[in-house]
Design a protein around this ligand. Structure first.
Ligand code: GDP
Length: 439
């Protein structure tokens, strides 16, 4: 348990109907006593209290107060929540008083959740799920984060880990007291199950990065010759879709990105704008960047125009069967002919636009579907799982019992690092450093 008592604004900044200030630690109750003239309320009961200055001369605000007695609180420590009116002067006055109380200090980023983890209230995947939930901007992100916060991923990893610990116990017992009745020893006996487990891990890993993409957004790129209407399509998507998350310039001046919420899934659509005939050096660089970006994208929208049905040579080989081939400007007449599965539309008249959007949505949902088994959401998990698979592979070819046991031990440790069951010190800062203060 920490000796410091921490405080922070738990709700958003700015004027609001209600602002919540949270105190956690051994001094939370004494602080509450100093700030009210009354005795400690019952745990988990909301009560109305005047919040006063420590010298009791001034009332700062009238507040709804909730006390959570340890260990039944978010952090596992004594926690006090002050629900004040959300005005800047109230908060400034309150923080002045709190800073003057002994043993109190402002919380560091993520410190509440870190304390909750350290007190066994949640594991690391649940803490990460909570962070993602606060940052979720689309329905799929919210769904995935909530599920993770409630332990769905942690349960999978813990289940695998428990099983391996069971195997390890048998292996170690066999080293000390070999079982004459088992030909090939325990290692041979547990190999089939280890092989199955390795397959389960590999299946979980081979998810097309679904969970990670739900966190970061699916990457869609529009490519094609100049003037076929790429920017116009991007603009209309950005304007029509009521649920634009944010709009920002891309990583390079040549690429414009729009972040959209398509059917609840986060999608980044990039227009390789600025791309012109690859005449001079700068223009060639533009083509190179557009190409590089298109190669890395999850979905490519290859665009031509009915009056100019040419695909630039630079992009012709980039098209994959699951990509989109869109013929724009059908209002100009001309042949709308493209390869099978191509879609014709006019950004100008919006003919065919609904159909295109529906097809794009269907493809996005197909790739990121959150209704199935929980997907791994962080590179950190992926690396640990890969380490675990490698250790299991070594186990399956290891000859000596001692070596086999060591491989299983390493596999157990790799899984334990995901949920935070073993030597986690080095990764704690990574996990909690991304949190904002007050969480
Ligand atoms: P980009 O260079 O591929 O990004 O193309 P732009 O989006 O800048 O469009 C080039 C020109 O084509 C602009 O003048 C647009 O107004 C026009 N344009 C875009 N879509 C259509 C369409 O569906 N029909 C017609 N007639 N013109 C269009």
């Amino acid at each position: 348990m920490s000796s410091d008592t921490i405080f922070a604004l738990a709700s958003g900044r700015g004027r609001s109907g209600v602002a919540v200030v949270r105190l956690s630690g051994p001094g939370a109750t004494a602080s509450l006593a100093a700030l009210t003239r009354q005795e400690l309320p019952e745990s988990h009961r909301a009560v109305v209290r005047d919040i006063v200055t420590i010298d009791k001369k001034t009332i700062i605000d009238q507040s709804l107060v909730i006390f959570f007695a340890e260990p039944n609180s978010f952090t596992g420590e004594d926690v006090v929540e002050l629900h004040l009116h959300g005005g800047p002067a109230i908060l400034t006055a309150l923080f002045d008083q709190l800073a003057g109380l002994k043993g109190l200090r402002p919380a560091d980023p993520g410190e509440y959740t870190r304390r909750a983890f350290e007190n066994g209230k949640l594991d690391l995947t649940e803490a990460e799920g909570l962070g993602d939930l606060v940052n979720a901007e689309t329905e799929a992100q919210r769904h995935q984060a909530l599920r993770q916060m409630r332990g769905a991923l942690g349960a999978i990893y813990d289940g695998w880990r428990s099983e391996l610990i069971g195997s390890l116990a048998h292996l170690e017992a066999d080293i000390d007291f070999p079982d004459e009745d088992l030909p090939g020893g325990v290692a041979a006996a547990i190999s089939p199950r280890i092989r199955e487990l390795k397959t389960d891990l590999e299946t979980h890993l081979a998810d097309g990065h679904r969970g990670e993409k739900i966190r970061d957004g699916l990457d869609v790129v529009i490519i094609g010759a100049p003037n076929v209407g790429k920017s116009s399509l991007l603009n209309i998507l950005a304007r029509r879709d009521a649920a634009i998350v944010s709009e920002q310039a891309g990583t390079t001046r040549d690429i414009v990105e729009v972040h959209l919420d398509l059917a609840g899934y986060p999608v980044t659509i990039a227009d390789t704008a600025g791309l012109r005939d690859a005449g001079d050096m700068i223009e060639r660089e533009g083509v190179r960047r557009a190409r590089a970006r298109a190669e890395l994208a999850d979905i490519r929208i290859l665009m031509t125009a009915a009056d100019d049905p040419v695909i630039p040579e630079d992009f012709a080989d980039l098209h994959r069967p699951e990509d989109f081939y869109v013929i724009n400007k059908i209002d100009l007449g001309g042949a709308g002919d493209g390869p099978t599965g191509s879609l014709s539309l006019s950004v100008k008249t919006e003919a065919g636009l609904e159909e295109f959007l529906a097809a794009l949505e269907t493809e996005v949902v197909r790739r990121l579907d959150v209704s199935g088994a929980p997907a791994l959401t962080q590179l950190r998990h992926r690396l640990a799982l890969e380490e675990c698979v490698a250790a299991l592979e070594r186990f399956l070819v290891a000859g000596e019992a001692e070596l086999a046991a060591e491989d299983v031990r390493l596999a157990v440790r790799a899984l334990g690092r995901i949920t935070g069951r073993v030597d986690v010190e080095d990764i704690l800062d990574v996990v909690f450093g991304d949190f904002c203060i007050g969480k």
